[in-house]
Design a protein around this ligand. Structure first.
Ligand SMILES: *[C@@H]1O[C@H](CO)[C@@H](O)[C@H](O)[C@H]1NC(C)=O
Length: 207
């Protein structure tokens, strides 16, 4: 009797081992500029810097109508004092902490100039004339799968800070490239958030 109890205890002890190591293998937590963990649903100002430039003043992100286009609004790079705050929702909405390499929805506050469209980031359809993938809004939160594949972004460590990228894991059978989020300046001087070979270096300042 005692022996079988001991065996049972050992079984529990060793049986829980894989669970423990799975928990340890969670990707790293993303930290804000004050070293605190990034939390789901909390607002942050994204500070963007272009790598390999001498420009030391980081920029921010905002919403605009590109060329008077109707809704949804597009995402542009602006000086940091005109930036709008953003919040993150992980693919598992029960998780309160934002981690690297994890599918995320990214959203601006609601905007009255497009009340019937969301301000959730979404990859726009491929712009054939500019040969660019732009980041726009009008996405949905959650519902991971091929229907929402354009709505998921990730944060990875980069150059002493972080970068944003489009590299969704929500649909393993969907074919897509992983690409950095950077910028594309169009012929009218709009600095648009777009998929790019050169990522922004990104930091998160609690709003
Ligand atoms: C709302 O969208 C307009 C562009 O139509 C933009 O100029 C403004 O900053 C946005 N405001 C907020 C609070 O998101």
């Amino acid at each position: 009797m005692k022996i079988s109890l001991l065996a049972f205890v050992l079984l529990i002890a060793f049986g829980s081992q894989p669970l423990l190591s799975a928990a340890e293998a969670s990707p790293e937590q993303v930290l804000d500029t004050s070293g605190k963990v990034l939390r789901a649903g909390v607002s942050y100002n994204i500070l963007l810097s272009m790598p390999y430039t001498s420009c030391r003043s980081p920029q921010g992100l905002a919403l605009t109508r590109i060329n008077g286009k109707s809704c949804p609004l597009d995402v542009v790079v602006v000086d940091r004092y005109h930036g709008l705050p953003l919040s993150f929702t992980p693919v598992n909405p029960k998780k309160g902490v934002i981690r690297v390499s994890t599918d995320l929805n990214i959203m601006f506050p609601l905007n009255a100039s497009c009340p019937h469209h969301s301000t959730v980031w979404k990859l726009d359809n491929f712009d054939v004339s500019k040969k660019q993938w732009f980041v726009t809004t009008g996405g949905v939160v959650g519902n991971p799968g091929w229907e929402t594949i354009k709505n998921w972004f990730k944060i990875e460590k980069y150059d002493g800070a972080y970068k944003l990228l489009y590299c969704p894991s929500v649909c393993p059978s969907c074919k897509h490239e992983c690409k950095n989020v950077g910028k594309f300046v169009d012929q009218n001087g709009n600095q648009r958030l777009a998929l790019s070979d050169v990522p922004f270096q990104v930091k998160f300042l609690k709003a």
